[in-house]
Structure formats: structure tokens, C-alpha cells
Design a protein. Structure first.
Length: 492
């Protein structure tokens, strides 16, 4: 995976800044509460939601177990339909492939469908370095691009902006990118949407190259699927002469019957709709219909390494619905930028450290960006046990151990700054395997309970600074058990 956002500190430091911004917190609170309430009502309409969720989990797990076979099937199907398949091991290779394909057309502009994969690899910046201008056409992505900003949400990248801020961005920046904002533009949603529509229409009609991602790839026919709500995707996928799709290898589903499950669960989990307003599907090229040339770039960029982790691989089930973000108390207060990745929130806390590794300060901190409340698991439409993976990654950060990096088995060193935690865990391990020492320690702790401090000293101050230390009981459980009926029954 490409590097973190330039200059990003570790999550605790970035979050500390975010929580002091009342405008940001107000924007996030209003948006996330609205979306999750609507989602809950949409999901409640289906009596078989639990069965659909389980079906989605099984389909994804089956596909990941047999990914090698399905990838070959996709390549054969896309090639037979007139497309060309390219394989990219990492971000640099994917960017180089796309830049070369655009240059071969002779064009210097491209229009883009909202794509997490292209954001992940920094494609816009790579194309800009080659003198190619990439124009985002999703409304929220347009706001982010015009504002020289970064996305902060998977579904709604500009969720941290309110209407007044968007109006100001349109007024000051649109003219530098094309058609300027209308005179007297207000912050009413209808006027903002119309300004974006007029600004983008000329780009749709002029562009000869479109770039997209895909929500799903159907292996049996090589069909790519994009679901969206604005119609900009349909324009990007049908008007240009050349279409280039950058897709993570985990986006494959085996068959059309499997796709049917996700076309029910994704819209309800993401936008709280019964179905997406626009579901675009294309298979290679067709004479006199759509682009004349189609290229599919299959992206690894850490996904194979993630697949090698038996616990962590479930993160690859993700269908990018963003439901976990909307229920997460940490995301609601810290916002998406604090995660230092295009994948914020709970899913980002487990996906980014696996795709990028835990070598950087921010990636080592992301598994701790959670209260482990479990709300993310409850709403996930493919049943990713995010708390389980978070704990698994915390162990990796603290203890190090075996992992796979760039296809090679390596032994990771423990991250810096966790020596006290490792020492505490080793002491606990020793105590729990020596009952006599544990019993003595418990009795000593109970008899000295009045002397215990309210906060921990030294490195422990960071832990007790945000939570109360639990009170030690007046007597250990073992002594209570011996003193009560339980102990008498045991004696018989």
C-alpha cells in the first residue's frame, strides 16, 4: 500500500487535535447519527437479514480461499470479451500501468468514478506528476478535490464539511478547475448540486478516458459492477472511448447468484436504500456501445500478504459499505483524517496496518483506535469480527512475530514504546501459571487496597488518564469461596 498521508502523526496525537474542533465534531455527529438511524430502519425491513449476512460472509470466505482460481477465471473471461488485463503487485506498478495507458491515448485529461483503490495507491497524484489531470466526478469527491482536502469517510468523503463550507469552496475554487460557480450561489443543497452538475457536465462530454474502480467483479463472465447514487458513474463508464478500471483482487465474487446477495446488503448498509439508484455493469467491450477499449488493472498492494493471515484475512471481506464508521464512537469524535489513510474508522484500523504493515508510527497505533465495544461487528453486512482482528493486531504490534511481507515470510520486531506492556503481559502469564504466587498476590492486593493510587505511575499514566482504575475487592474470590457454602460443598 502507498504511504500514509504526508506528515501524519500517530492516531492519538491526530485524534487529540480533531476532538478539539467543535465544528468537525458537530458535522460528524449529525451525519453519522442520521445515516445509521436510516440504515437501521432499512435493515429492519428484511426478515432474512441475518441469513443474507451469513451468506455474504460465506461467499467472501469461499472466494478468498480459492482466489487463485477465480483470478485466472476473471482474466480469461475479460480477455474473451475484448478487454485487456494487467497485474499490479503494488501502488507504483499500478500507477505506472495507468499512466502509460493514458499516455498511449494521447489525452491529458481523465474523468474518474469514485474509487477507494485509486485513492489507496495515490493515482491522482501519480498522474499529475506525468502531466495528466484527473477530475473527480462524485459530488463528495469533487468537494474534497476542489478544497485540496483529503477524504474522511468511505461513503461520504466530505462528511467533515457543512453546507456553508462547501459553498465557499465552490465559489473560490471551481473557476480554477473549469466552469465557475454561478453568481450568488447559496448553501441550499439544490443549488450546490446544480453548480456541481454544470461544472462536471463539460468534463463528461469532453473526456476521452475514464477511470473507475469496481464494487464487484463476477468471475464467471468477467463482468464489473459499480453501484452509485448520482449518475456520474454511468457517465464515466459509458461516454469515454477508453475505460481503465483499477480493482483490488478481493472484489471478486464467483457468480451472478452470489452478486444478488450483495446487491441487497450493500445499499441498505451504506446509503440505507433498498437498491442503488445506479447499478452499472460492463463486460469487456461491445461494438457501438460504451468504450471501444477496456483495461482491467488487478491490484494486489498487500492483499496477498493479508490473505496469509488466518485471523486478519477477514478484513478482505469488506464491501466498503461504511456502516462500521457510522456506529463507531471513536470515529464520531476523531473523524476520518486522524486515521492517516483512505480507509478510516474501524475497518481502516484493521485494513491499513495489514496492507501497509505496522512499521510506521501511525500504523502501529491504529489497532488501538477502538474501544472494542463491538458495534462495528454487529452492523457489518459480511460479519467481519473487527474487535477480534484489532486484538490480534495489537498482539502483533506489542510482541512482533511471524508475518508475510511482499510474499515472503518474515519475523516482525515488536514496535517501539510497548516495553512496559510486554513486561506486564509476561508477568501476568507467569502469575497465572503459578497458582500459589497468584493467591499470595491477590491477598496482598486486597489487604493493601486502601493504599492503592487512583492513577498509575510512569508509562501506565497514559492508560489511567482516560479511565478509572478498578477497585480491588475486600477479599479474593478464592477466599470468599472457601468462606461460603461453595467451600463447604467442595469439602464434602
Amino acid at each position: 500500500m502507498s504511504g500514509t498521508f504526508v506528515g501524519m502523526p500517530a492516531f492519538p496525537e491526530a485524534a487529540r487535535t480533531a476532538v478539539r474542533n467543535p465544528t468537525l465534531r458537530g458535522n460528524l455527529r449529525h451525519a453519522t447519527h442520521t445515516i445509521r438511524d436510516k440504515r437501521a430502519r432499512a435493515v429492519a425491513e428484511l426478515d432474512d437479514w441475518a441469513q443474507l449476512r451469513e451468506a455474504g460472509r460465506r461467499i467472501k470466505d469461499h472466494t478468498l480461499r480459492h482466489l487463485d482460481r477465480y483470478l485466472v477465471q476473471v482474466e480469461e473471461a475479460v480477455t474473451a470479451a475484448g478487454g485487456t488485463v494487467h497485474w499490479a503487485a503494488d501502488a507504483d506498478e499500478a500507477n505506472a500501468i495507468v499512466a502509460r495507458l493514458v499516455e498511449e491515448t494521447g489525452e491529458r485529461e481523465v474523468v474518474k468514478v469514485k474509487s477507494m483503490a485509486t485513492q489507496e495507491i495515490g493515482l491522482n497524484e501519480a498522474l499529475e506528476a506525468e502531466g495528466i489531470h484527473a477530475y473527480e466526478t462524485d459530488l463528495a469527491e469533487l468537494i474534497v478535490q476542489l478544497g485540496k482536502d483529503r477524504p474522511s469517510h468511505i461513503l461520504v468523503p466530505a462528511i467533515h464539511r457543512n453546507r456553508g463550507e462547501i459553498r465557499d469552496i465552490f465559489r473560490s475554487e471551481m473557476s480554477e478547475w473549469g466552469r465557475p460557480a454561478p453568481e450568488g450561489l447559496t448553501d441550499t443543497p439544490a443549488e450546490l448540486a446544480e453548480a456541481a452538475r454544470l461544472h462536471l457536465r463539460e468534463k463528461f462530454l469532453r473526456a476521452k478516458v475514464g477511470i473507475s474502480g469496481a464494487n464487484f467483479v463476477v468471475a464467471e463472465t468477467g463482468t464489473l459492477v459499480v453501484v452509485e447514487s448520482e449518475g456520474n458513474g454511468r457517465m464515466c463508464l459509458t461516454l469515454p472511448e477508453t475505460l481503465i478500471s483499477v480493482v483490488g483482487i478481493e472484489k471478486i465474487v464467483p457468480s451472478w447468484q452470489d452478486l444478488e446477495v450483495f446487491l441487497q446488503t450493500l445499499p441498505r448498509s451504506s446509503t440505507a436504500e433498498r437498491m442503488n439508484p445506479y447499478t452499472s455493469m460492463w463486460t469487456g467491450t461491445t461494438d457501438q456501445d460504451g468504450p471501444r477499449t477496456f483495461h482491467l488493472v488487478l491490484l494486489d498492494n498487500g492483499r496477498t500478504d493479508t490473505l496469509a493471515d488466518e485471523v486478519g484475512r477477514q478484513a478482505l471481506r469488506c464491501i466498503r459499505c461504511s456502516a462500521c464508521l457510522n456506529v463507531c464512537p471513536v470515529y464520531e469524535r476523531a473523524g476520518g483524517h486522524a486515521y492517516g489513510s483512505v480507509y478510516p474508522g474501524p475497518i481502516g484500523a484493521i485494513l491499513s496496518p495489514q496492507l501497509r504493515g505496522t512499521g510506521s508510527e501511525i500504523d502501529a497505533s491504529l489497532p488501538y483506535a477502538s474501544s472494542l465495544c463491538g458495534a462495528c461487528y454487529e452492523v457489518c453486512p459480511v460479519a467481519i469480527d473487527i474487535p477480534e482482528v484489532l486484538v490480534h493486531l495489537r498482539e502483533r504490534v506489542v510482541q512482533g512475530g511471524p508475518a508475510v511481507r511482499r510474499g515472503n515470510r518474515v519475523v516482525l520486531k515488536p514496535a517501539k514504546g510497548h516495553a512496559a506492556e510486554r513486561a506486564a503481559m509476561r508477568a501476568a502469564q507467569w502469575a497465572f501459571t503459578h497458582p500459589g504466587a497468584l493467591r499470595t498476590g491477590q491477598r496482598l492486593a486486597s489487604r493493601t487496597r486502601r493504599l492503592h493510587p487512583r492513577t498509575l505511575p510512569g508509562p501506565g499514566r497514559a492508560w489511567s488518564g482516560t479511565r478509572d482504575l478498578p477497585q480491588v475487592p475486600a477479599e479474593p474470590f478464592r477466599d470468599w469461596w472457601q468462606r461460603t457454602r461453595g467451600g463447604k460443598d467442595e469439602a464434602k
